[in-house]
Write a protein that binds this ligand. Sequence first.
Ligand code: B12
Ligand code: SF4
Ligand code: SF4
Length: 378
Amino acid sequence: MNEATRLSMLIKNQALALGFDLVGISPAESHYGEADLFERWLGRGYAGEMNYLERGLLKRKEMERILSGAKSVVSCAVNYNTENPRSTEASGGGWISRYAWGDDYHDVIGKMLGELADYITGLFPEETGVRAYVDTGPVLEKVHASHSGIGWVGKNTCLINQRVGSWLFLGEVITDIELDYDSAVEDRCGTCTRCIDACPTDAIVEPYVLDARKCISYLTIELKGKIPVELREGVENNVFGCDVCQDVCPWNREALFTLKKSFAPREKLLSPDFKWLMELDGDGFREVFRKSPVKRAKRRGFMRNVLVAVGNSGNKEYIEYVKGLLGDNEPIIRAHAVWALWRLEGGDCLAKLENLLEAETDEEVLEEIRYAFDSARS
Ligand code: B12
Ligand code: SF4
Ligand code: SF4
């Protein structure tokens, strides 16, 4: 057995021992054709406000800029699927996407990758270059994972493993040591188009290409300001992320379940009750979403999403709760409360909105009030 083969075996065994479900290795090549497609994607404006993607373009294209002498990428994946209903089966309440039901994967997987990186450096007496990333690094993670044979990138743009499905978190250790490389697996989407057909906002604009600006995941997690009014209806009941294009994927029909306790759902986050969500104040939000990926949206972003979903619910029982948020300290929450109230009450809320006009000074909230009046007139 040559040295690269021996080291690759050791590293893969260690990754599995640390709890990764899948591991594969690919060369740290600079110019995969995909990097050019990524640039074209940016050029079309599909990244919306995610400016960090463009900022990291050169690093994404040339790994040498991340780690001098980079030779290999050890791609790892952890399954986060649990035995709970899909978004397409659940009824009532909001929807927090599956990946956010348990602990924040950045913490859980970051720690595992750190241990793998330490193991790799410990294999050599002399200094070895390693960089470990999960999600936030300037790395095209799906591209590297697919070249390392742990799955293919499907038409929904998620990495899918034939055996495990696509409920996977990805992470990688980049290193300057020479290893044995795995080969890519074939694309098994075939003629299927379920994800494209099911996407509520038509965000998959062509097979394998996502316009993030339309994607509910982007609108409810990444976007900082107001959700564009014309896209709010499409958000349906999603209050953080979206699972639809994975829930309908045949490769997830018999997806395996995770053994990681960290990703077990926190009870109240499964189809969460809207009344409960609308009552969360700053302390309540911090308490419920401690160590959860949802904390990223902050209360103001999360409550914005909740109000859009409540506005879409058509359920008049929520009116009093929405009214309670019309006086919130955060303008973005007041703005979306106006919209939700208009959706639930229609013309009946105009007198209330008229009263608000007198005290409101924030332009974004005023814009929503004017929108309700204009819609009532037309
Ligand atoms: C930005 C980002 C997003 C954006 C953009 C999503 C996207 N499809 O890339 C938004 C906010 C929408 C998002 C959503 C989600 N994300 Co995200 N996201 C990222 C992030 C940080 C960067 C990905 C990226 O570079 N996107 C840019 C585009 C260009 O990449 P791409 O889709 O791979 O682009 C390829 C295609 O467009 C193709 N292409 C372009 N033009 C053409 C033309 C033709 C003809 C063809 C064939 C191909 C083609 O080539 C491009 C390059 O390969 C990664 C982490 C990372 N560092 O990689 C996580 C990551 C991709 N996300 C992840 C997850 C879990 C999610 C969500 C499931 C979360 C949720 N439940 O809401 C959703 C899934 C939505 C979806 N259908 O993809 C996981 C994916 C795991 C997996 N199994 O694939 C990652 C890897 C994070 C992680 N470390 O685990 N995400
Ligand atoms: S995550 Fe939801 S909105 Fe985004 S592409 Fe998939 S189905 Fe469409
Ligand atoms: S739903 Fe069909 S087309 Fe979409 S990713 Fe899954 S197999 Fe591929």
